[in-house]
Design a protein around this ligand. Structure first.
Ligand code: SAM
Length: 157
């Protein structure tokens, strides 16, 4: 196996919280500093939250974000074809799904972020990849799937 020398570029700290609660204090106690820009990644979480809980999550992320911070996440609407496909794998999946934010772009803007929200199929096509038909929604139709990035305006540092 190839060996690499040098220092580890980062240290990972796991913080066990329920993101529907007030988790900011636990993050700070684990060493998080809100003074410097943060790159947030919220993968696979927004469809576990109802709309008010998703809103509280983003309000906390925003409060802890210095100007120049960035945020990335995935999200999807639970349309009929996705519900059917997931139910075929395990029906308990669909029972856990929550709606999350209905319009990710407007949601980000409301909290002061500059969003770049793309349909999942569009991003996959850019890399020559197909998506599962349940995620290949037509823009404007029910059952959309998104990949989003956003920046908090301001000068980093
Ligand atoms: C699709 S997975 C995403 C995994 C994640 N991106 C990672 O790298 O660990 C969804 C995760 O969200 C967690 N989850 C669901 N609801 C949560 C909540 N209210 N607070 C914290 N985590 C939650 C689940 O336990 C699960 O581990």
């Amino acid at each position: 196996m190839e060996q690499h020398a040098g220092d580890a570029p980062a240290t990972r700290h796991a913080v066990a919280v329920d993101l529907r609660d007030d988790w900011a204090a636990a993050l700070s106690a684990a060493g998080f500093s809100a003074d410097r820009p943060t790159a947030w990644l919220a993968e696979g979480i927004l469809y576990s939250l109802d709309e008010p809980a998703a809103d509280r999550l983003l309000a906390t992320v925003t409060r802890l974000s210095a100007p120049g911070s960035t945020l990335a996440f995935d999200h999807f609407e639970v349309g009929p074809s996705l519900r059917t496909a997931a139910s075929a794998v395990d029906p308990t999946f669909t029972g856990l799904w929550q709606p999350g934010p209905a319009d990710p772009g407007a949601w980000l803007e409301r909290h002061g972020w500059r969003p770049d929200v793309r349909e999942l199929a569009e991003v996959a096509a850019r890399f020559g990849r197909a998506v599962h038909p349940a995620y290949a929604s037509r823009p404007g139709a029910e059952g959309r799937s998104w990949l989003a990035t956003a920046a908090l305006p301001g000068t980093a540092g």
